[in-house]
Design a protein around this ligand. Structure first.
Ligand code: DP6
Length: 330
């Protein structure tokens, strides 16, 4: 059997940081995101009768060919195969040959594990020949270890309910892609891989002296953001998104050991966007666990930001995204 799966990365407007249950990948708080149209993973899957076939090849951003995945990367995929088999209640095995390609740099703060593991969730579910609804797919994607993968399953704008149990911690679509003409301009200042993965960073979150206050204030912020989203009030929405990103990074910077992802380039571009805003152009910044930036704008503002980023010595490349559907077989 041969088929391909495509799944988007997603940008969180409210971030998931810190885990209440590491084994079950249960977060401390809800999070809210948008799927990205031009940052995605495609996996071509060949399913065989030989369970000994367990292969993964990867094509990196801007590379022309595929290379075999590292042992560590393959081990994570094999582990997820076992997780999926148990979750789906299947007893027979299959072999897989996977070729995965990304339209964006991996491990650089653009949610490459989210797009990869959500795609793999759909692929393994099909290969095991089980039908799951979006909720169950989302639970399985979360169990991959990349919690944010659960948000790449439903379409458009997605809310991850933290839940109390594995079964109640899943993501749902709160609006389709065409609900709002929002864009995420991904500004790549460094294509290199970050030193600390999110999964290694989560355990430290609670060591930040500010984590408790983040957890106390997040429900209020999320309520306000939801209201702004429902009213399509971009000024309010963008202000909250940027505020939340700074709050999230202040946790990472003060956890033990600290995680400091911003570089001089990150800060320069952040300030340029703020200056642009002072000049009347509404654009807001959010940053994931990485050096690269996400500039959130409405369609009418794209050109002004494009102009700022063109010939900018700090910018390696730019990826323009609109809201997108979730993981699916193509
Ligand atoms: C910073 O554990 O889902 O992106 O290591 O990429 O799998 P991966 O990340 P995950 O944590 C992601 C946290 C975040 C914020 C967010 O997307 O909510």
């Amino acid at each position: 059997m041969e088929f391909s799966v495509k799944s988007p990365a997603n940008i969180a407007f409210v971030k998931y940081w810190g885990q209440r249950d590491t084994a079950l990948v249960l977060p401390f708080n809800d999070s809210f995101s948008m799927n990205l149209s031009n940052c995605f993973t495609e996996i071509h899957c060949t399913i065989t009768d030989n369970p000994g076939d367990q292969h993964l090849e990867i094509k990196e951003y801007e590379a022309s060919g595929y290379h075999p995945a590292s042992e560590r990367e393959l081990a994570v995929v094999k582990r997820f195969y076992d997780t999926a088999k148990t979750f789906l209640g299947c007893s027979s095995d299959f072999g897989f040959r996977l070729r995965s390609s990304n339209t964006f740099p991996k491990k650089a703060g653009i949610a490459s594990s989210a797009s990869f593991f959500s795609a793999l969730t759909v692929a393994f579910t099909k290969a095991f020949d089980v039908q799951l609804d979006s909720k169950q797919l989302s639970v399985l994607a979360r169990l991959s270890g990349s919690g944010s993968a659960c948000r790449s399953i439903p379409d458009g704008f997605v809310w991850w309910h933290k839940g109390d149990t594995s079964d109640s911690s899943y993501a749902v679509s709160v609006a389709p892609p065409d609900y709002w003409d929002l864009h995420d301009i991904v500004v790549i200042v460094n294509t290199g891989e970050k030193k600390t993965n999110s999964q290694d960073g989560h355990p430290g979150a609670v060591t930040s002296p500010y984590y408790a206050s983040r957890q106390q204030t997040l429900p209020v912020l999320m309520e306000e953001m939801k209201t702004a989203f429902e009213a399509r009030d971009f000024t309010k929405f963008g202000t909250l998104v940027e505020q939340e990103a700074i709050n999230f990074h202040s946790i990472m910077m003060t956890q033990i050991p600290p995680l400091f992802y911003w570089s001089d380039k990150t800060v320069r571009i952040f300030k340029q966007i703020q200056a642009l805003r002072q000049g009347g152009v509404e654009a807001y910044v959010t940053i994931d666990a990485g050096e690269n930036l996400h500039v959130i704008v409405e369609g009418k503002t794209l050109v002004a930001v494009e102009r700022l980023l063109q010939n900018n010595p700090d910018v390696h490349s730019v990826i323009y995204n609109s809201p997108a559907v979730g993981a699916r077989i193509i």
